[in-house]
Design a protein around this ligand. Structure first.
Ligand code: ADP
Length: 485
């Protein structure tokens, strides 16, 4: 019972075909029998009409009054052409042929003329037929014939001479002959149904197995995915719903694979970050503690040196504060419930403010910031402080990764603001990750980086519906672009 769908499909298919066969058989039985009887009746009628016409002609040609022949038919007139025709009537009619008169007297029974028959030997309702025949109609009846001892079709047609009906020609044909034909029809139909059932069973089994094969493949792939093997693929190429499902599973597996790689990278970045942060936190704390110990112990006596120690401690506490603030800011921004203060502000003012505050660090490297703008007012709804922080992060990075005496270009055009430097650039491998949390490239230029700056900038941009993108080429420079939607 492993391949349940295949068994179900085969069963449904076979049951459907069986029902179809039964219905077709029943319809065939009804239609075939009635059609066969009708055809037989028609054929019998044609024969009866032809014979009646011939008898009429012979009767008139011989000048005999067919009606007066009663009682003599089987004697005197049997010598004439009409007589021999009537003698061979059964052969001509290819069935039992009777001629009766108006008074229901039997005139002749063809080749069995020598035998004594009475009207009682005719089927039960033959009298109705004869009555109708003498009214001028060709009539049928289906009844049991005591003579033939079987259900019989009787057709009666008038024999006319000189415009008068002189007798009724009755042709009797057993239904059995038709039944035989119908039975033969049944046999052929049954045989065809059996052959159709067997071949459909084989065909449906093959079809069901072909149908379930890709399903099995998909199940195996899903199992492998569940076990964590994200490289598993169904490799099914079919242009139908199963093919679509299989390609969806393949897409899912690629996505899972991608997600798992990303999660590995993230995990690694997180570990790197903890190592970094611990180092970042420990270094100033250790320095501050060492300086304080030296001061407390009174080892340092020179007032100038004491001053240097204080300055050093102040710088270290500032970098500690910056780090803690960054962490706090990022965790706030990443919290969807944290609302930032929105107000109508002039983005040009924010940008100028950020350039001003970054200029001090730029000057230390003799870097010139060139600001080009085609407007002085760019009103948006936002948080002044955070947007300023966002620009400062990007400009600070531009300064940090630029060569001494180079230039930084800031352009405000339409809805976009770009910050371009001519610095070291970012490699293709690192570019996709620079906005990720804790991601930083260790370099001489970036000794103090925590990998939080761009993540914070991106979060601020997101909160203001600003699209922040980057284009960079190693050794050429980097451009960050803000598009205000
Ligand atoms: P960090 O504190 O290390 O600067 P950021 O998130 O601000 O962290 O930047 C992440 C990384 O992106 C940096 O380590 C650096 O490698 C790269 N980067 C950012 N800005 C630039 C730039 N203008 N030029 C070259 N590299 C840059």
């Amino acid at each position: 019972m492993k391949n349940k769908i295949a068994i179900k499909l085969t069963s449904y298919f076979s049951i459907a075909l069986l029902i179809f066969s039964i219905v077709i058989g029943a319809v065939f039985t009804i239609l075939f029998k009635s059609n066969a009887i009708n055809m037989h009746k028609k054929e019998l009628e044609n024969r009866a009409l032809a014979i009646a016409e011939t008898i009429s002609e012979l009767s008139e040609g011989s000048g005999l009054n067919f009606g007066s022949m009663h009682g003599r038919m089987m004697g005197l007139n049997m010598q004439s052409g009409l007589g021999s025709y009537i003698r061979n009537l059964d052969d001509i009619a290819m069935t039992d042929a009777w001629i009766v008169d108006e008074n229901l007297n039997l005139l002749t029974t063809g080749s069995m003329a020598h035998m004594k028959y009475s009207y009682a030997d005719l089927p039960k309702d033959a009298d109705i037929v004869v009555n109708n025949v003498f009214k001028g109609y060709t009539t049928f009846s289906e009844g049991f014939s005591p003579l033939l001892n079987t259900p019989t079709i009787t057709v009666g047609t008038p024999i006319e001479a000189s415009g008068k009906i002189i007798g009724a020609l009755l042709l009797l044909s057993p239904v059995k002959g038709i039944d035989n034909a119908v039975n033969m029809g049944y046999k052929i139909l049954s045989l065809s149904i059996i052959i159709a059932l067997i071949s459909s069973f084989i065909l449906s089994t093959v079809l069901a197995l072909t149908f379930t094969k890709p399903l099995k493949k998909m199940k195996n792939t899903a199992q492998l995915l569940a076990e964590g093997n994200y490289s598993a693929k169904t490799a099914i190429k079919q242009n139908d719903e199963i093919g679509e499902l299989a390609s969806t599973i393949d897409i899912l597996s690629s996505k899972l694979d991608e997600a798992s790689r990303e999660s590995e990278i993230l995990q690694k970045q997180r570990q790197d970050f903890i190592t970094n942060i611990s180092h970042e936190l420990r270094t100033p704390v250790t320095v501050i503690r060492g300086s304080l110990e030296a001061l407390c112990d009174g080892i340092i006596k020179d007032p100038e040196k004491i001053n240097d120690y204080y300055k050093q401690m102040l710088n270290d506490s500032k970098s500690l504060e910056r780090l803690v603030n960054d962490l706090l800011e990022l965790s706030r921004l990443q919290n969807a419930d944290f609302k930032i203060d929105m107000a109508e502000i002039n983005l040009c003012d924010v940008l100028k403010d950020a350039i001003r505050s970054a200029s001090n660090i730029a000057q230390t490297k003799n870097i010139k910031i060139e600001y080009h703008h085609n407007k002085d007012v760019f009103l948006i709804n936002g948080d002044y402080g955070r947007l300023r922080q966002m620009f400062i992060i990007i400009i600070d990075n531009a300064v940090k990764f630029s060569y001494e005496s180079s230039k930084i270009y800031i352009d405000l055009k339409g809805q976009s603001i770009s910050i371009r430097d001519e610095g070291i650039g970012i490699s293709k491998e690192n570019l996709p990750y620079i906005f990720d949390r804790y991601y930083r490239v260790k370099s001489i230029e970036n000794k103090s980086g925590t990998g939080l700056g761009l993540t914070i900038a991106k979060q601020i941009a997101l909160r203001h519906n600003i699209n922040l993108s980057v284009v960079s080429k190693q050794g050429v420079g980097t451009t960050f672009e803000f598009y205000i939607k």
